[in-house]
Unconditional design. Structure first.
Length: 237
C-alpha cells in the first residue's frame, strides 16, 4: 500500500469512528430511554404514576413522564409603518421646544412567531400533555390531537389540537427533548391501541434496539464499503 493509500485509509477510518461514536451514544441513550418507558408503562398497567406529583388527574389518568420546559405560543412581532414620517416642534417656555412626531404610510402587522410565555413543569400522561407554570397552565388533549412538529435535535415542539386556532408548544433541553419524543410516541400509541398493546410494542422495540447496536468500524469494513460504493457508482454496460 502506498503512503497516499495508507493516509486515505487512516483518514476514512478516523471519520468513520467519529460517526460510530455519535451513533452508538444515541443508541445507548435510546436503550436507556426505552427502559424508562417500559418501567413507566409497567406502573401504568397497575394504575400507578411513574413520578410523584401534585397534579389533579382525571379518572383513570396516569402520569408517564415529567420534565421542565418553556411554554411558547403564537404571537406577533411588533408592527411598523412603511412610508414617510414628519414632525414639528411646539414652543413651551424659556427657549424650550417640544417636538411632536407624526407618521404617514401603510401599517404592516408583525410576523406570526412562537413567543416564549413561561417556564414550568411538563407532564405527559396517558391522556394529555400538561404544562404548569407560575403564570400559565395549558393542556393538549390527545382526543383533540392533530399532530406535532419538532426540530432536528428534538428539543422544540409545536402541538396541533383541533380545539385551538393558535398553535403552542414546549421547548426542552436537547437531552430531555429526545426523551420526551420517545415517551410521547408511546403515549399516543397507548391512546390508539390500549396500554397492554403499547407495553408489548415497547418491549419489542427494546429487543430490536438490542439487535441493532452499531458496530465499530474496522479497516476491513471501511475498504468493503468503499468497494461496494464503487460498484454501485460504476456505469452499467
Amino acid at each position: 500500500m502506498s503512503w497516499w493509500s495508507d493516509f486515505t485509509a487512516k483518514r476514512a477510518l478516523k471519520k468513520a469512528l467519529k460517526i460510530y461514536e455519535n451513533e452508538h451514544a444515541n443508541w445507548a441513550r435510546d436503550v436507556e430511554i426505552f427502559k424508562k418507558i417500559e418501567a413507566a408503562f409497567e406502573l401504568a398497567v397497575k394504575g400507578e404514576d411513574s413520578v410523584p406529583n401534585n397534579t389533579v388527574q382525571k379518572k383513570g389518568e396516569v402520569i408517564l413522564w415529567e420534565g421542565k420546559g418553556q411554554l411558547h405560543e403564537t404571537g406577533r412581532t411588533p408592527g411598523r409603518y412603511v412610508g414617510t414620517s414628519q414632525g414639528f416642534s411646539v414652543p413651551l417656555f424659556a427657549g424650550i421646544r417640544y417636538r411632536v412626531g407624526a407618521q404617514r404610510g401603510t401599517f404592516v402587522a408583525g410576523e406570526e412567531v412562537q413567543v416564549p410565555k413561561d417556564v414550568g413543569q411538563v407532564f405527559l400522561t396517558t391522556e394529555r400533555v400538561l404544562f404548569n407554570g407560575q403564570m400559565n397552565t395549558k393542556e393538549w388533549l390527545f382526543t383533540k390531537w392533530n399532530g406535532a412538529a419538532t426540530n432536528d435535535d428534538e428539543s422544540d415542539y409545536v402541538f396541533y389540537v383541533s380545539n385551538r386556532q393558535k398553535t403552542s408548544g414546549i421547548l426542552f433541553g436537547p437531552s430531555q427533548g429526545r426523551e420526551f419524543n420517545r415517551f410521547l410516541a408511546q403515549a399516543i400509541n397507548c391512546v390508539e391501541e390500549g396500554i397492554d398493546v403499547a407495553l408489548k410494542s415497547i418491549r419489542n422495540q427494546l429487543k430490536e434496539l438490542g439487535e441493532d447496536e452499531p458496530k465499530a468500524p474496522t479497516p476491513q469494513s471501511i475498504e468493503s464499503a468503499r468497494i461496494a460504493k464503487l460498484e454501485i457508482e460504476a456505469p452499467k454496460n
